[in-house]
Design a binder for this molecule. Sequence first.
Ligand code: CTP
Length: 403
Amino acid sequence: MTANPLANKHITLAVTGGIAAYKSCELVRLLVKAGASVQVVMSEAAARFVGPLTFETLSGRPVAIDQFSGTMPHLTLTRENTDLLLVAPATANILAKAANGIADDLASTLIAGRKCPLAVAPAMNDMMWTNAPNQRNIALLKQDGVHVFGPACGELACGVSGSGRMLEPEQIVACVRKVLTPQVLAGKKVLVTAGPTYEPIDPVRGITNLSSGKQGYAVAQAAFEAGAEVLLISGPTGIKAPYGVKLIKTDTALNMKAAVDEAASTADIFISVAAVADWHVLAPSTQKIKKSSYGEAQPMIMLEENPDILAETARCNPHLYCVGFAAETQNIESYAREKLERKGVSLVVGNNAGLALGADLNSVVFVSKSAAIAFEGISKLEVAQRLMNAIACNLGLCKGEIS
Ligand code: CTP
């Protein structure tokens, strides 16, 4: 198990002729930084947009352009332990060739003769993108099992806004990570809550907690990478939603519950990572409370218990596979087991709240009805990846360590 599906992977990156080729320099840098080796292949048109020396320097390998130099580069460049052939940017021209088996330059012959999976990141003007033959080609490529990353809708090089913009390099990296991850949750809908909740006292003050949201966001990322459709319902955090995950922002426990209630009936798996406040302020003031209004008296805040989102969701949705996170400071496994029973869920991840809050590493124990398995000092993303595997195993989708 690795938190980094790119480690020690070999990627052949074909850069074809579009202005987005300049973004592929950053893409190479990110892939190499993540531990992959990258062999860049450029079309002649691409080499007019960006100098091959740039790619050579970033990848640490000579760039291949000419299909007639060396010993059959059209075959060797994707066969020597290549994990993925990625075309970014992919022009309408290379997509048309790839969809129809045309092989008349190095990039297209590589595509035609490859043994590894193929992914394309289209980049073109919106008229070219929506053009009927291009859409037919995209449909053909998808039918053939080719991964199509994007494109995004946004500002295009020609000055207009529309679809056809290549994904940003870090988004392409997110897609590559997914392609290189076993799709143990393919076709599943996963609902995740994350972060703290915020219970207002008045319009400028409130009660919250130290949850950073990192563990919940890592769970959402791992679920996406494992092939699931992911909805992340998050309390206030300062972090960006992972690529590919739909985000709904909430604040109070009651609002978070309303969002979960709406999504739960169509989800398959619910993972409740949010640090939900146990109480809310009974009648929050609609105006800022003035210190002077209390005179000599001490202010009192009346609290009322919040619903238990996880327990209620599990009770009302027997079809859902529910997972809780137990934030504890002692007796982690036994408290986690008590919560498993009390909340009627299939799995509880007990973690040491004292160590985990805000940190990047976590020590956890996965507790199910019949088993408990501990992991010490692993990253929150690795906790999340191990959790996806445990869930998939428990649902009979793969073989593994906990049931
Ligand atoms: N949870 C929830 N709604 C609440 C409280 C907790 O959905 N009102 C969920 C959390 O998202 C987590 C699990 O229940 O998955 C356990 O949360 P935790 O705060 O550890 O447990 P509590 O039930 O609040 O018990 P206590 O605070 O006494 O440990």
